[in-house]
Design a protein around this ligand. Structure first.
Ligand SMILES: Nc1ncnc2c1ncn2[C@@H]1O[C@H](COP(=O)(O)OP(=O)(O)OP(=O)(O)O)[C@@H](O)[C@H]1O
Length: 593
C-alpha cells in the first residue's frame, strides 16, 4: 500500500540527514513527542512517565533518539518554562457565574445526540466505538479527555475517530456543536505521539520547521480556538502545537515555530506566507485536517487551498492522511474535495447540512424599516423574562458597516454591545470576543466572520437580523447556540428581500421538526423562492456524492451502512420564559444497532 512510502521516505530523509551532516554540538537532537515529557512533573506533581499510547512492542521496534531510555530531561527542554496548564488558562473566561449566563438548558447532554441517523459509505469502514477506552489513544491523551470532562464520545467521535485511527481519509459531516474538533484532533495527536521522525531541516542558516500535522481553518478566531483545544488535548504529551494566523505579527509566530512544532494550526493566507518565506515546509505532513472544509473549498479560499495542498511540498493523497469536516457539504464542494482525498470514507451524522433539533428556530416576518424596533422589543422581552439579565445574544447582519451602525444604535439605547467583523483590527476582534464571552457585553453584532466554528459557551440566542443568502450559512450561524447537547434559540427576521431563501428555510425547519409559519410555506411555494440548489434535499439522506455518479463513472461504490428506526424524544426549547415549545416526534436513528 502507498501509505508505507510516507514512512519510508521519512526514514530515508532522516537517515540521509544523519549521514550527510555530522551531529552539531550546538543543535539539540530531535526528541520525539513521547519522550519529551519523561522528566517533567505532571500537574499533580508526579514525575510519572506518560505512555505514548503505542504498545511496548511498537516502542521497542521504533528507532530511538540518543536520549531515549536514559530517562533524562531532553536537552532542548532545559531551561524552558514548565508547560502552562491550559485547563487553568481556560478557566479565566469563567468570570461570570454560569447562573448569570446560563442559556436555560440543563448543561451538557450528549444523550440528545444518541438517537441520530448515521450513514457511512466507502470501502471497509472501520466499526464505531462506544467509549474512548475502546480506542488506543494512549494514557496521556485519555487523561486530558478526562480533564476536559468528556465522559463518552459524541456520535461523530464514535465513528470518525476509529476511521481516522485506521489511517483512512475521511469526509465527515456532522451537526454544529457536535464535537467535530476532537474528532479530528485526537487521531492527529495520537499519531504524532507515536511518531519518531525529525521535523527540522536547516537551510542557509534559517530554521525551516516541518510539522507532522496541519489543521487549516477559515478564520483567525477559529484557528485560535482550535489551537486552545489542541493544547488541552495534548497537555503533557510532549506534542508541540503552534498557531499562525493573519493580522498578528508574523515574527512572534516564527519565534513560536522555531521552538518546535508537531501540529500547526493555521489560516491559509498566513500559512502560504510562512511557506514562501521558507519558515515552514509541508514535506513531512502526515495528517491534514480542513475544518469547515466546504468553506475552505468555496470560491474564496479554493485557490489558496489548492496552492497549499497541490503546489507546495506537501505529500500526495494516499501518502498523507486527509480529514475534511463540516456541518454542511454541498455536492459540488464534495466533488472538488475528492481531489484531495484517497479512497476515503464519507460519514454523515445527522441529516447532512441540517440544523440540530436542539435549536428552537423562529422566523418572524419583519419589514426592513421595522427591524431595529423589532430587535429592541425582542431584547427587552428577553431581559424582562430573565430578571433584567440579558442572555448572551449574537446578532448577525449582512455588512460590516451595518454591523457598526447597529452596535452604535444598541449602545445608545442602553444595551451593552460589542461588534466583530473583518475590518476590525485583530486586537479589536479579540477584545470583542472576550467581552462577549465574559458577559461584559452580552450582545455581539457580527458578520459571517463569526458564523462558523466558534464555540462560545452560554450563547442562548442567535438573531438573524439580516438573513444570509445561502441556507448553509444560516445553518452555521444558528449553530453558535444549541451546542454540546444544550438547547438554544434562533430567531430570524425575514423580509421581502429574503424570498430566495424561503424554500430552503422552510425545508430546513421542517427537517429539524420546527414549526414552519404558514406565510413562510406560502413564500416557499412561489416559483422564485429558491431551494436547495447547493444541497441534497430530503430527509436523512444527505449523501455521499459518489452515489450519484452513474455506473461506469469514476467511483466504485463499495459499502454503505445506514441506520434508522423510528423513535421519539421530547425536544424543543424555549429561552427562559421566552417562547412556548411543544414536544415533537422525529425520525431518528442510532448508529449502534
Ligand atoms: N465527548 C464530549 N463530551 C462532552 N463535551 C464535548 C465532547 N466533545 C466535544 N465536546 C464539547 O462540545 C462543544 C462543541 O464541540 P465542537 O466545537 O468541536 O463542535 P463542532 O461540531 O466542531 O461545531 P461547529 O460545526 O460549530 O464547528 C465544545 O465545547 C466541546 O468541548
Amino acid at each position: 500500500m502507498q501509505r508505507t512510502s510516507w514512512a519510508d521516505s521519512v526514514a530515508e530523509a532522516a537517515a540521509a540527514e544523519t549521514l550527510a551532516a555530522p551531529p552539531r554540538r550546538t543543535r539539540p537532537s530531535y526528541v520525539p513527542p513521547h519522550l519529551r515529557m519523561r522528566n517533567l512533573p505532571s500537574d499533580h506533581g508526579n514525575a510519572t512517565p506518560v505512555s505514548n499510547g503505542a504498545s511496548p512492542a511498537a516502542n521497542a521496534s521504533r528507532p530511538r533518539s540518543r536520549d531515549a531510555g536514559r530517562f533524562v530531561r531532553p536537552r532542548r527542554e532545559r531551561g524552558r518554562p514548565q508547560e502552562p496548564n491550559p485547563f487553568q488558562v481556560a478557566d479565566k473566561f469563567s468570570e461570570l457565574s454560569v447562573s448569570d449566563l446560563d442559556n436555560g438548558s440543563t448543561g451538557i447532554n450528549f444523550d440528545a445526540y444518541d438517537d441520530i441517523p448515521v450513514e457511512t459509505s466507502g470501502s471497509d469502514v472501520p466499526p464505531p466505538v462506544r467509549t474512548f477506552a475502546e480506542i488506543d489513544l494512549g494514557d496521556a491523551l485519555n487523561q486530558n479527555i478526562r480533564r476536559c470532562k468528556y465522559v463518552k464520545p459524541t456520535p461523530v467521535q464514535r465513528h470518525a475517530i476509529p476511521i481516522s485511527m485506521a489511517g483512512r481519509d475521511l469526509m465527515a459531516c456532522a451537526q454544529t456543536g457536535s464535537g467535530k474538533t476532537a474528532a479530528f484532533c485526537f487521531p492527529i495527536i495520537s499519531g504524532v505521539m507515536k511518531a519518531s521522525t525529525p521535523q527540522r531541516i536547516s537551510t542557509r542558516g534559517s530554521r525551516l520547521v516541518c510539522p507532522l500535522g496541519l489543521i487549516l481553518s477559515p478564520t483567525r478566531e477559529l484557528s485560535c480556538q482550535i489551537h486552545e483545544e489542541v493544547k488541552k488535548f495534548s497537555y503533557q504529551t510532549g506534542v508541540k502545537v503552534v498557531v499562525a494566523y493573519g493580522g498578528a505579527p508574523i515574527h512572534q509566530q516564527v519565534r513560536d515555530l522555531e521552538k518546535g512544532v508537531d501540529i500547526l494550526v493555521a489560516t491559509p493566507g498566513r500559512l502560504v506566507d510562512l511557506v514562501e518565506r521558507a519558515r515552514v515546509s509541508l514535506q513531512m505532513i502526515k495528517y491534514l485536517a480542513l475544518d469547515e472544509a466546504d468553506r475552505m473549498l468555496d470560491m474564496g479560499f479554493e485557490p489558496q487551498i489548492r496552492k497549499i495542498v497541490e503546489q507546495m511540498d506537501m505529500p500526495k493523497p494516499g501518502i498523507r492522511q486527509t480529514m475534511l469536516f463540516s456541518a454542511t457539504f454541498p455536492a459540488e464542494i464534495q466533488r472538488l474535495a475528492s481531489d484531495f482525498l484517497s479512497n476515503y470514507i464519507f460519514l454523515a451524522v445527522g441529516r447532512v447540512g441540517s440544523s440540530t433539533d436542539l435549536i428552537h428556530q423562529k422566523v418572524e416576518f419583519v419589514q426592513e424599516v421595522d427591524k431595529r424596533s423589532h430587535l429592541m422589543d425582542v431584547l427587552h422581552y428577553q431581559s424582562a423574562n430573565r430578571n433584567g439579565k440579558q442572555a448572551l445574544t449574537l446578532v448577525f447582519v449582512e455588512t460590516k458597516r451595518g454591523a457598526d451602525m447597529l452596535e452604535n444604535w444598541l449602545e445608545k439605547n442602553g444595551f451593552p454591545t460589542t461588534v466583530i467583523h473583518g475590518d476590525k483590527t485583530q486586537p479589536e476582534r479579540e477584545q470583542a470576543l472576550r467581552s462577549f464571552k465574559t458577559g461584559a457585553t452580552p450582545i455581539m453584532v457580527a458578520t459571517d466572520v463569526a458564523a462558523r466554528g466558534l464555540d462560545i459557551p452560554h450563547v442562548g440566542h442567535v438573531i438573524n437580523f439580516d438573513l444570509p443568502k445561502d441556507i448553509d450559512d444560516y445553518v452555521h450561524r444558528i449553530g453558535r447556540t444549541g451546542r454540546a447537547g444544550k438547547a438554544g434559540l434562533a430567531t430570524a427576521f425575514f423580509s421581502e428581500e429574503n424570498q430566495n431563501l424561503a424554500k430552503a428555510l422552510a425545508e430546513l425547519m421542517q427537517e429539524a421538526n420546527q414549526e414552519v409559519p404558514l406565510w413562510l410555506s406560502q413564500y416557499a411555494e412561489r416559483p422564485y423562492s429558491g431551494g436547495r440548489n447547493r444541497r441534497f434535499g430530503g430527509k436523512f439522506g444527505g449523501r455521499d456524492y459518489r452515489r450519484d455518479v452513474p455506473r461506469g463513472g469514476n467511483y466504485q461504490y463499495m459499502d454503505s451502512h445506514s441506520y434508522s428506526h423510528h423513535t421519539s424524544y421530547g425536544g424543543g426549547y424555549a429561552a427562559p420564559g421566552f417562547y412556548p415549545t411543544d414536544g415533537y416526534e422525529s425520525i431518528v436513528a442510532t448508529g449502534w444497532d
